[in-house]
Ligand binder design. Structure first.
Ligand code: FAD
Ligand code: UDP
Length: 405
């Protein structure tokens, strides 16, 4: 079978490539796969899902490496959400392994809890403060910028200049190629500051990893006879050849419109994967390196997956300006360019733009899934409305004038 052959998800159905598909879904990450699933299973649509990569799962794709360790090809993906709807939806396609993520930051020769908490401050400064003491300490060092607009403002207004310089400034410059003063507040606002000893990276109600990995979750999600999958395929190669009625597009929005309003920056990363001949590499799932090295962080996957293995695999992340698009860059100038693309997208009939790249939002997986479920509900409601209108028209309940108008 060639890498581009059309396959149905359960592989038992005959394929009829010349038939009309109800939807062409571009991109098999969470945005595209959730919509493919909902349209097929929820509305009985015939869906063609294509991805230019050789696999489903988008950036959440995981795989067993040469040593047999389960790794995330595109960097660490930890599932967390406060949405019962998203968690329950995914639970139809996977069992879970409870997992609470913890991160250490290498600062001044120590590995300290990140987000900054009571222990971070006590160990960094050799203090012995309780929670009230840490609150007082932070109040004494915090700055009061005129307004909290940038990522620098967010951090210095919470923890002051010294902690900002030690934990945030250089990490951010490395990660984004920008100073925190040039980035929207939302970037650094992702990281809380705590005056207690909670050292979890996230505090969401649901924190768990798919028990058999993300790729298996995607396989289950897409296992439906109405879904055909075409890998190694840029949709532009097939859009004129394979008939479809409507499109869901989850790639970069500027590319869809041939960069008409200029290129939207998407920050990229280079990943260096390594396997080590010992069971443990580092004392936490992730160690951040704000001030040293060209990489931002090292992730050891066995913490995330719970896999037992005599070897261990890690990934280093090196931020890059060019390469696969991974992060929209939250800045006012980019939001203004995106707005132009969004207006064009809204005026483009029969195409919906969904996901992190197509809506240019720094979204986590759960937010992308929630967005896709919302888009599906709108599609289903529009169709129900149309059906009702047609029935009403047939039954003579709607004035013919409405039908003509
Ligand atoms: P993607 O997963 O990017 O999928 C888009 C797909 O479209 C891609 O597979 C691409 O190949 C395909 N495509 C693009 N253009 C075309 C085209 N022309 N033709 C065909 N196919 C095309 N989120 C969390 O919740 N927790 C985490 O811990 C976490 N860690 C992350 C770590 C890193 C390093 C990165 C980069 C992201 C992380 N995320 C995390 C965010 C998460 O990856 C995204 O929220 C989610 O994967 C976005 O899904 P998506 O479907 O919108 O996009
Ligand atoms: N950040 C930082 N120091 C850290 C961790 C995060 O300065 O030790 C900043 C940095 O700007 C980063 C942002 O906070 O890009 C968001 O961090 P997060 O861990 O959420 O990034 P992601 O996992 O999405 O790459």
């Amino acid at each position: 079978m060639s890498s581009k052959s059309l396959t149905t998800a359960d592989r038992s159905q005959p394929t009829r490539p010349n038939d009309m598909f109800d939807y062409l879904v571009v991109g098999a990450g969470f945005a595209g796969s959730v919509l493919a699933e909902r349209l097929a299973r929820g509305s009985g649509k015939r869906v063609l899902l294509c991805d230019q990569r050789a696999h489903i799962g988008g950036n959440a794709y995981d795989e067993y490496d040469a040593a047999g360790v389960l790794v995330h090809r595109y960097g660490p993906h930890i599932f967390h959400t406060n949405s019962a709807e998203v968690f329950n939806y995914l639970s139809r396609f996977t069992d879970w392994r409870s997992y609470e993520h913890r991160v250490l930051a290498s600062v001044d020769g120590q590995l300290l809890p990140m987000p900054i908490n009571l222990d971070t401050i006590n160990r960094l400064y050799g203090l012995n403060l309780d929670s009230a003491g840490v609150e007082g300490f932070l109040a004494s060092v915090a700055e009061t910028p005129a307004a909290v607009r940038t990522s620098e403002d967010v951090v210095v207004s919470r923890v002051g200049r010294d902690l900002y310089n030690k934990f945030f400034r250089n990490y951010t410059r490395k990660q984004w190629g920008l100073d925190p003063s040039e980035l929207d507040a939302q970037v650094a606002a992702r990281i809380p500051v705590r005056t207690n000893r909670d050292d979890r990276y996230f505090t969401d109600e649901y924190q768990a990893m798919p028990r058999r990995g993300f790729t298996r979750l995607f396989e289950n999600l897409l296992d439906h006879p109405n879904i055909s999958i075409l890998l190694n395929t840029d949709y532009r190669e097939i859009a004129d050849e394979i008939p479809f009625r409507k499109m869901i597009y989850t790639g970069p929005i500027d590319e869809y419109f041939d960069l008409r309003f200029g290129k939207l920056p998407y920050r990229s990363l280079e990943f260096r994967h390594e396997t080590h001949d010992r069971a443990r590499f580092q004392p936490a799932a992730v160690v951040n390196y704000p001030n040293d090295h060209d990489y931002t962080r090292i992730t050891e996957f066995k913490y995330l997956t719970g896999q037992e293995h005599r070897q261990t695999s890690v990934v280093y992340e090196f931020p890059k300006a060019v390469g696969d698009p991974y992060y929209p860059v939250p800045q006012a100038a980019n939001a203004a360019i995106y707005k132009q693309y969004r207006e064009l997208a809204e005026a483009t009939p029969n195409v919906r733009f969904v996901g992190r790249l197509a809506t240019y939002r720094y979204y986590n997986m759960d937010q992308v899934i929630a967005q896709a479920l919302t888009v599906y509900k709108k599609i289903a409601a529009d169709e129900a409305g149309l059906r009702e209108m047609r029935n009403g028209y047939r039954n003579g309940e709607i004035a013919p004038a409405l039908g003509r108008g």
